[in-house]
Design a protein around this ligand. Structure first.
Ligand code: ADP
Ligand code: MG
Length: 588
């Protein structure tokens, strides 16, 4: 058994024994609050830590769960075992609507929207007569579990912590899956994820709803634990506190949620006793201390407290269990010589700048087409037009006979176009293997629930086997367990190529793949490109290393100032005075 599983087992035993020990009731109550908070903060780990979306509104979702439970039980006598589902359904719908409205917009819109949402729910709850206004609903009954009333802190403890552990396990599973990789990939921009076929908007909404559902369960438990609900624990102050717990514990780690919730809850109580003694009067001084701590954490320990624990745990490589998995099915490749990509008079203007000026070229199956030109010639922009990252101002792009210029990039990826980026885009905190498996996103289909329940393992093995196969092919078979962020630039580029290949494309677009590569790596890259061409793949290659371009391409398109200067074989291009002039920057 590994140290991690031993620690987990010890933790479970500790939880099972705690209520049986002569621990003062105060500490059982504390532990229960920590559990309630942990559920909410796990959602924030997914949302903020993993997907990069900041929410101050989680307390409001807790409120929806709590009020639904309290209202239905008190008014209609509905069993708590049913109200929890009602709360989940209601919270899920509200979160879906809010997410759908706000997640399309970028940057700071979501945090602001969640603040507005957190504030308005608080005032709404406080003004509804049926919900007891600011006094709330009193006398919520205890949950009955097979005839036993969970009306003591100790009996409630077991139900609560069972759910907390289930949530921790489910979210840990989710993060280690096809969906989890996609979720990590949308942090800080969806361009790369979309190029791998991930629906960035959808996956963000999914994370938002999931986080809201966890909060809702916490609210249900809260209502039956406190036996009363009123608006104050569901306001903006608590929303900020949840986020504080997540940041303090470590937004990227599921266990960080537990650490953050635990430290904040215990600290808060101690400070509430200590600070008035020190300062001689009472007030919410702990808020000031929390603010100072938050600044310190952000300054000196950006990854939160759990990162310190994590760094001291022995690093375990993922167990290689995919060697015997069935290979993934492969796309039928177009016959050699057929036109795969047909770019007709495509144009891109950025304000007054014409970055791509009515450029026309074709790529055929089993051919490597070089796209060269001085810096700023419009090569990367052409890539972005072909892959749907940017909309064309006008012109036509056809892939295997179908128009694609108006499609979003994930649709283009689905049709068989895969690419790398001039500036490497990856998930630095994932291993090389996981980054490459992200390229296989469209070749899998298992979703959130299957991942949480681990019903996705067979497909996962097939995906990882494919990812490893592509890494071996590109000469990185011995680095699969390394963190992508720790690689040098050259290997990062190779990893991107493996990721693009993992998508089983018919057309591969490589934007300066050899930049930062050493001589031997370049030789290996050339060998791989030739091999891929031999397999019938079409490649569009942007590259500044002229030796490589001349050696490996079949034809070359030369661009200058957005315009196509010439097209021909490597020999034609080398002999052209116009091309030489363009590179030397002289008039021709
Ligand atoms: P290359 O890849 O050939 O070096 P690019 O396609 O990156 O060239 O850029 C072509 C021109 O378009 C450059 O002048 C660049 O400054 C401009 N450009 C590229 N992207 C943008 C953008 N998003 N907004 C405005 N101008 C851009
Ligand atoms: Mg470029």
């Amino acid at each position: 058994m590994s140290l991690r599983s031993i620690s987990f087992a010890v933790f479970l035993v500790f939880l099972a024994l705690l209520p049986q020990l002569p621990v003062p009731e105060f500490w059982i109550t504390q532990a229960n609050y920590i559990g309630l908070y942990t559920l909410v903060v796990i959602g924030l780990v997914l949302l903020t830590g993993v997907a990069g979306l900041t929410s101050f509104g989680q307390a409001a979702f807790v409120g929806l769960g709590a009020y639904t439970a309290a209202y239905l039980t008190l008014t209609f006598g509905v069993s708590p075992w049913l109200t929890v589902w009602a709360g989940l359904a209601f919270t899920g719908c509200v979160a879906l609507l809010l997410g759908w409205l706000t997640l399309r917009m970028s940057g700071h819109y979501l945090p602001l929207a969640t603040i507005a949402w957190g504030l308005s729910l608080y005032y709404l709850l406080g003004n509804i007569d049926a919900l007891g206004k600011y006094d709330g609903l009193l006398g919520v009954p205890a949950i009955q579990f097979f005839g036993v009333a969970l009306n003591t802190g100790r009996s409630f403890f077991y139900l609560l912590w069972t759910l907390v552990i289930l949530a921790i396990v489910a979210v840990t599973h989710l993060l280690d899956s096809r969906t989890g990789r996609a979720l990590r990939a949308v942090k800080g921009g969806t361009t790369m994820a979309e190029a791998m076929g991930v629906d960035g908007f959808r996956i963000k909404v999914m994370a938002f709803v999931l986080a809201a559902l966890l909060a809702s369960v916490s609210g249900w438990l809260f209502a039956h634990f406190q036996r009363t609900v009123n608006p104050s624990p569901f306001g903006l102050k608590m929303g900020i506190e949840y986020l504080f717990m997540a940041v303090l514990g470590g937004v990227g780690h599921v266990w960080g949620a537990l650490v953050g919730a635990g430290v904040v809850k215990i600290l808060e109580d101690q400070l509430q006793v200590l600070l008035p003694k020190l300062l001689g009067s009472s007030g919410n001084f702990e808020i000031i201390v929390f603010g100072v701590i938050l600044v310190l954490v952000l300054q000196y320990a950006r990854d939160g407290l759990w990162a310190f624990v994590e760094a001291r745990l022995p690093k375990v490589n993922r167990k290689v269990d995919w060697q015997n998995a069935a290979p993934l099915s492969e796309r039928a490749r177009p016959p050699r010589g057929e036109v795969v990509l047909d770019v007709q008079a495509v144009r891109k203007e950025f304000g007054g700048l014409v970055a791509v000026n009515d450029v026309t070229f074709q790529v055929r199956a089993g051919e490597i087409l070089g796209l060269i030109g001085p810096n700023g010639a419009g090569k990367s922009t052409t890539f972005n037009l072909v892959t749907g990252v940017l909309p064309a101002t006008r012109g036509e792009v056809k892939f295997l006979g179908q128009r694609i210029e108006a499609l979003p990039s994930r649709e283009i990826a689905k049709r068989g176009v895969s690419r790398t980026f001039q500036h490497v885009k990856m998930v630095p905190g994932m291993t090389v293997l996981e980054n490459v498996a992200l390229g296989g996103h469209l070749r899998g289909s298992q979703g959130v629930l299957a991942s949480m329940l681990r019903l996705d393992r067979e497909e996962e093995r097939r995906l990882l086997r494919e990812a490893e196969r592509q890494l071996v092919r590109i000469g990185m078979g011995d680095r699969i367990h390394e963190l992508a962020g720790n690689l040098a630039l050259g290997p990062q580029r190779l990893m991107e190529i493996a990721r693009a290949l993992c998508a089983d494309p018919a057309l591969l677009l490589l934007d300066e793949p050899a930049a930062g590569l050493r001589h031997q790596e370049k030789q290996a890259l050339m060998a791989v490109l030739r091999q891929l061409r031999g397999e019938g793949l079409s490649i569009l290659l942007v590259e500044h290393d002229m030796d490589l371009v001349m050696e490996v391409t079949d034809r070359i398109v030369v661009m200058e100032f957005g315009t196509k200067l010439m097209e021909g074989t490597p020999a034609d291009v080398q002999a052209s005075p116009a091309v030489r002039a363009a590179y030397l920057g002289t008039e021709h």
